[in-house]
Design a binder for this molecule. Sequence first.
Ligand code: C2O
Ligand code: CU
Ligand code: CU
Length: 452
Amino acid sequence: MAEYTETNGAKHFELEATAGETVFKPGRATATWGFNGSHLGPTIRARRGDDLRFTIRNHLDETTSVHWHGAHLPPEADGGPHQAIEPHGTWEPEWTVDQPATMLWYHPHPHGNTARHVYRGLAGLILIDDDAGDGLNLPREYGVDDVPLIVQDKNFDGDGQLEENDTFMSAVGIVGKEILVNGTYGPYFEASTRKLRLRILNGSNSRLYNFAFSDLREFSVIGSDGGLLAEPHRTDRIILSPAERTDIVVDLEPGETIQLQSLPVDIDFGFVYNRSHGMDDHLDVLEIRAADELSDSPDLPGSLTEIESLSAAAATAERSFRLSGMSTINGESMDMNRIDFGARVDTVEQWTVRNGNEFTHNFHVHDVQFQVASIDGEAPPPPLAGWKDTVLLVPGRDYRLLMRFSQYTDPDFPYMYHCHILKHEDSGMMGQFVVLGEGEEVGTVPEMAAHG
Ligand code: C2O
Ligand code: CU
Ligand code: CU
């Protein structure tokens, strides 16, 4: 957990991006990057209403950035490609937390280099609490019965170094054979409670996971990217694409050992594609060892939160996005100097997003949490029925998303939307939008929007 100091009522965190070495397997040091350490970063814990302030120092020899994925904040604080932090430079964003309790994450977003920076280890979590969440009696003792899991895949070469090439027919970038959880290879967790809450982040560059327990026991899904679901949903598996999160609660028996695994992803992306991109893999993710005596946990509440449902009828603009190949949205690749459109502040928009081919793509929008209103006209499955900032796009289906823009930008300070398969994002499968006031026109990105 990250330490902070109070400055003028704000929680002030410091993050130092540094290069170092990490021992994943005994006797082998691997060159890695991390925040305040050699790999990954500390968990930032904040409450709704908190003023947050960060001092971020880049000790690397290349430009990076720190993006707060899923956070509702002004574009100046967003940490996208325009908020580059030069080598040995400093960046000090601040914002007020104004969104429901959930788990977000942070990671670099330097244009064209995101995949490599994340893969080397630059990523961390942000846990947001609020009064409504505290009132629910959910498991919430960090590291005891409320355990965040950053799930990532890596390949190591013969010298134990990270394999960064993805030469083998890779339309998606690196698909690792080795799974790390919170940076640990071959991880296990010693559980001491009857109910265990796992907040899982797919922090991988491109791999999809289909999380399930080794005996296919059911568990309860209680939250998604942007907060709690309206009610717990019972299932025995859940698919997460890169950057998506899920919040689940599983019941344990004293003395048992079970595995959290990833089953083959039962979506047909085409035969070659499924095999060469890990969709058919069956992986062990985390061993859970329950103590011989477990302390009791309260039952899950039958209802968790009220989710205001955004209405398509209220949408004042409709847009459509087609992701195709490895690098385009609506036929165009990202251009740092092109703002694709302007939304209006305090309006709801409906976006129809489609994966135009048999590659994996997903879709992420900065600043907002959206609702998946329908998939090919059907209501979304319950795990996708809450607040989302990233959604997997099964090829050939229309995903109708509804979102409200409440943060004014200004005409030339954009947010991003993009595929979160990091190789695709780096190759240009990304666009930029601003959120304007009445009568304002989309501007141009100033040449030096980046600050050191
Ligand atoms: Cu997690 Cu624009 O990114
Ligand atoms: Cu983001
Ligand atoms: Cu993609």
